[in-house]
Write a protein that binds this ligand. Structure first.
Ligand code: PLP
Length: 423
């Protein structure tokens, strides 16, 4: 098997994400994409079950997005948003304000989800400083949650989930508690919010906690959260970086649950996987505390590439596709196929749980297994699937053909059988 030179030469210098560079298996070279297929350097085609960390909602290389980016590139790759206006971020802000629920209406652009959550946290803290002068510096978030890898966002991730436990003590202590999935957990949260008056906001991934293990909760949980936040006068932030843009079967999880947050974050599929872009969207109520004659009440945040023209062009084109192509119906068809193809695994002795919501299907194994080996075996099957801990999951592009989806589902069944077989 011939490996491209750039891989072997670059491997001595690149530092890869979430990887122990010494022991990580050699990554396989991808040289092209189309639809839900990844073309490998050795000529193989893999069916992608992950959509590049859940971003490629329309599959890869959708001509409408590529044309929009090409068009923008030839006119103006980007100019800074400080002091200059340009069309793509302005159009995108208006469209996101119109499509997100309730009065979420003021959009701040960043280039990564973590930074969008940082901005949401900063807005929440400054909201109180601007409104009442209170220094509310604390947040409530939930076990199983993931909100990013930067320092403030690490503090609101599940500390047990491993990725950030090394920094315990170095990141500010927040309240990471049980989701109020029942009345007992709700009264514990009620108690917490009654005794701590320094809470700026409650942060949650609505309906589906992604990177923390593909865990699902219901709309009633979010309704309890909304009621508790209202009762205690605390802001509610929905981190929809994973759940946004059809993943749960509705455009946004907040819509599906019928609960409107005070601040929402979006990222991942915002550009259909074409460019890095994220957004933090505040409600009228939140924004009103910043809109003032006093310069000190302004939001002092401004990434270099704020409102990047190419990213925003890709996002506008992605929103066109949600309007003109049947993405939500596709997400529902994926859900039906996942239920049919994966639910039976619930009874397998090696399986702890099967969770399906919208275009996400996850099989949690009862025991640890070699994730690296499983990933390599999936590639041998012609599939790109990357288990997270004990969880084997599928989050395909919403445009996946049923024949490809069925191969992914069959691959997950096969892997579960292999991992459950006595060794
Ligand atoms: C991926 C993710 C983030 C972080 O986004 P990055 O772009 O990786 O910084 C934050 N919150 C949720 C829910 C995510 O899934």
């Amino acid at each position: 098997m011939t490996e491209p030179n750039w891989l072997s030469e670059g491997l001595d210098h690149i530092w890869l994400p979430y990887a122990q560079m010494k022991t990580a298996p050699r990554p396989a070279a991808a040289v092209g994409t189309s639809g839900v297929h990844i073309k490998m350097g050795d000529g193989r085609q893999l069916i992608d079950g992950v959509a590049s960390w859940w971003t490629a909602a329309h599959g890869y290389n959708h001509p409408h997005i590529l044309n929009a980016v090409r068009d923008q590139l030839s006119k103006m790759p980007h100019v800074m948003l400080g002091g200059l206006a340009h069309e793509q971020p302005y159009r995108l802000a208006k469209r996101l304000a119109a499509m997100t629920p309730g009065d979420l209406s003021r959009v701040f652009f960043t280039e990564s989800g973590s930074v969008a959550v940082e901005v949401a946290m900063k807005i929440a803290m400054q909201y109180w400083r601007n409104k009442t002068g209170e220094k509310r510096n604390k947040f409530v978030s939930f076990k199983g949650g993931y909100h990013g890898d930067t320092f403030a966002t690490m503090s609101v991730c599940d500390p047990e989930e491993g990725m950030h436990s090394l920094f315990a003590g170095a990141v500010s202590a927040q309240h990471v508690v049980d989701l109020p999935i029942d009345e007992d957990a709700a009264s514990a949260l009620d108690q917490l919010l009654s005794t701590h008056k320094d809470m700026a906001a409650v942060l949650v991934e609505p309906l589906l906690q992604g990177a923390g293990g593909m865990r699902v909760h219901d709309g009633a949980t979010l309704k309890r959260l909304r009621a508790l936040c209202d009762a205690h006068g605390v802001l509610l932030v929905f981190d929809e970086i994973f759940t946004g843009f059809g993943r749960t079967g509705a455009m946004f999880a907040s819509e599906k649950a019928g609960v409107v947050p005070d601040i929402m974050t979006l990222g991942k599929a915002l550009t259909g996987g074409v460019a890095p872009l994220a957004a933090t969207i505040a409600s009228e109520k939140v924004y009103a505390e910043f809109h003032d004659d006093d310069a000190a009440k302004a939001l002092m945040h401004g990434p270099t590439f704020c409102g990047h023209a190419l990213g925003c062009a890709a996002a506008n084109a992605s929103l066109d596709l949600f309007e003109t192509e049947p993405r939500l119906e596709q997400a529902q068809a994926i859900e039906t196929a996942l239920r049919k193809g994966l639910s039976g695994l619930k009874n397998a002795p090696s399986v702890a749980d099967v969770r399906i919501l919208g275009a996400m299907g996850a099989v949690e194994l009862a025991q640890d297994f070699s994730v690296d080996q499983a990933r390599a075996d999936f590639i041998e099957m012609g599939l790109f699937v990357r288990p997270l801990g004990r969880v084997i999951y599928l989050t395909p592009s919403l445009t996946v053909e049923m024949s490809d989806l069925n191969k992914l589902i069959e691959g997950v069944n096969e892997m579960t059988r292999r991992l459950g077989a006595p060794s």
